[in-house]
Design a binder for this molecule. Structure first.
Ligand SMILES: [Zn+2]
Length: 508
């Protein structure tokens, strides 16, 4: 496979252009009229409520496929409890409200039409109290009750651009090996699919903030916490921008914020709306800290853990050590290790049974070569088959270089070598082969090195964040991360520092 690891953007641009072109070709959809309880008016909808529900269900499956469900009964029960409390005071108390936590460190929240609300465990960890949780959920509930997603779905339907098509674009790019593109595309694709993230316009965001703030107050919280949430999310953006500056790379930012434009304007509106808000004695911080105790922080054991050069995938049963200085991308069931320049990538994936029973079948089914040859190869203590060849796609020749391994648990794994060009491949080949040879069943040392990190709360020690950082297992930017986790990242005034003895969040 021929990857162009550093340039996912042109592809997106081309695709967006194609999308915009189709968007102008409105096709004849049946129209339904439906009452919008927020505006108090009836409006036109391309989809019946049943169709909308079906699309939302489909998008929900895709979201869960992509990120995985975060299973943690106490946290799930808590998010559902607060979500229902707010939703039942909303304009649509009778929707089948459902609150789901996604297993990703990305900080985000979104909603699907007809009452599905998602929040990531990455965002949960960054919130400071129950009122902020209610504020996030209130904002998403407002997108649902104001039918923002339904409006987007209607536009998508008129553009004849369905859920499945949008999601497939993401999958296609993932298969073609564009580094980082799949993530972005899926985010884009999913947002377009169901009108959830990234595509709301500024007016809809401001409206969701306004209605969400109202719900927050109805549920008995201090409405000013909507401001608190926006500030937390701005802090996340600053944190990522600072890290990116250190590493001279592109800032990923807070996904929630980048998909929710106009934060300054939103903050101004929130401050104006809540200036006279009723004071509420408790923000529910103690309860919040207790209920999120043990929340996973960082990498998920379900998708594999990166610890410096080590990658351990407890579910898939293997560990591998990357070449020094290489970076990891964990996507779905695969892990990719790439050079700092991003011009060569080694990808490891556990294969599903349907990929084939023998090495030859896997090569035939997955690589579909036009020509090439296989040789037996030992991979660590396992037997493998190395394949070098190519596949013609039209006029274009795609080089293929992969190893199929009968790995831990008698399961088949595929290790793919991809590079921008032959020169890049040759530069990286020895390092890739060494990494391949480190492929192994998880050892006790791997297990010790790859302990899962969890959020817990402790009294602030006398040494402040520096002492807290020293006691945590965090490897990089520990102090900055702990400040972010406690909502004081970038704060310079001494009053912002939590006093010794107050409960603060840390990672264990
Ligand atoms: Zn929003």
């Amino acid at each position: 496979m021929h990857a162009t690891p550093r340039s996912p953007r042109p592809g997106i641009r081309v695709w967006l252009a194609a999308l915009l072109a189709t968007a102008t070709l409105a096709t004849g959809c049946a129209t339904n009229t439906v009452f919008n309880p927020v505006t108090g008016r009836t409006e036109r909808s391309a989809l019946s409520e049943e169709q909308l529900q079906a699309q939302a269900d489909e998008a929900r499956e895709a979201l869960i496929d992509e990120h995985g469900l975060y299973v943690h009964p106490e946290v799930e029960a808590y998010v559902t409890e607060i979500g229902l409390k707010v939703a039942q005071l909303s304009h649509q108390p009778n929707f089948a409200w459902r609150f789901t936590i996604l297993d990703t460190e990305i900080s985000n929240a979104f909603a699907l039409p007809r009452g599905q609300v998602f929040v990531t465990r990455g965002l949960l960890a960054l919130l400071q109290n129950e009122a902020e949780l209610a504020a996030v959920l209130g904002h998403e509930i407002a997108h649902v009750t104001a039918r923002h997603g339904a409006h987007r779905a209607t536009e998508a339907a008129f553009a004849n651009f369905g859920v499945a098509a949008a999601i497939n674009v993401g999958q296609f790019l993932e298969r073609s090996g564009l580094r980082g593109a799949a993530k972005r595309m899926k985010r884009l694709g999913l947002s377009l699919a169901s009108g959830l993230i990234a595509t709301y316009d500024r007016e809809q965001e401001l409206e969701a903030d306004r209605i969400g703030t109202e719900y927050l107050a109805r549920a008995g919280y201090d409405a000013r916490q909507m401001v608190g949430v926006l500030e937390v999310l701005q802090m996340v953006e600053r944190f990522h921008a600072d890290r990116a500056k250190e590493q001279k790379s592109e800032a990923p930012g807070s996904d929630w914020l980048s998909s929710h434009p106009g934060t300054d304007q939103r903050l101004r509106q929130a401050l104006r709306l809540t200036a006279a808000a009723r004071h509420v004695a408790s923000d529910g911080r103690d309860r919040f800290l207790k209920r999120i105790e043990g929340l996973v922080w960082g990498d998920s054991p379900e998708r594999g853990l990166v610890r410096e050069r080590l990658f351990v995938h407890p579910r898939a049963g293997y560990a591998i050590t990357a070449p020094a200085g290489w970076e990891f991308d964990v996507e779905g069931s695969a892990v990719a290790m790439h050079t700092p320049e991003g011009d060569a990538t080694l990808t490891v994936r556990l294969l599903p049974k349907l990929a084939g029973r023998t090495h030859a079948q896997v090569i035939e089914n997955l690589l579909a070569p036009t020509e090439g040859r296989s040789t037996s190869r030992k991979v660590g203590s396992f037997s493998g088959t190395h394949f070098i060849g190519s596949r013609m796609r039209g006029e274009a020749r795609h080089p293929l270089r992969s190893t199929v391994v009968s790995g831990p648990g008698q399961r088949l794994y595929l290790i793919d070598y991809t590079a921008r060009d032959e020169a890049a491949l040759q530069r990286a080949l020895a390092a890739m082969q060494a990494a391949e040879q480190s492929f192994r069943a998880i050892t006790n040392a791997d297990r010790r090195a790859a302990q899962v990190w969890r959020v817990t709360s402790v009294p602030m020690p006398p040494g402040g964040f520096a002492a807290l950082a020293k006691a945590s297992p965090l490897l990089e930017d520990a102090e900055a991360t702990l400040r972010l986790l406690n909502g004081v990242y970038g704060e310079t005034s001494p009053e912002a520092e939590p006093a010794v003895g107050t409960r603060v969040k840390t990672v264990r």
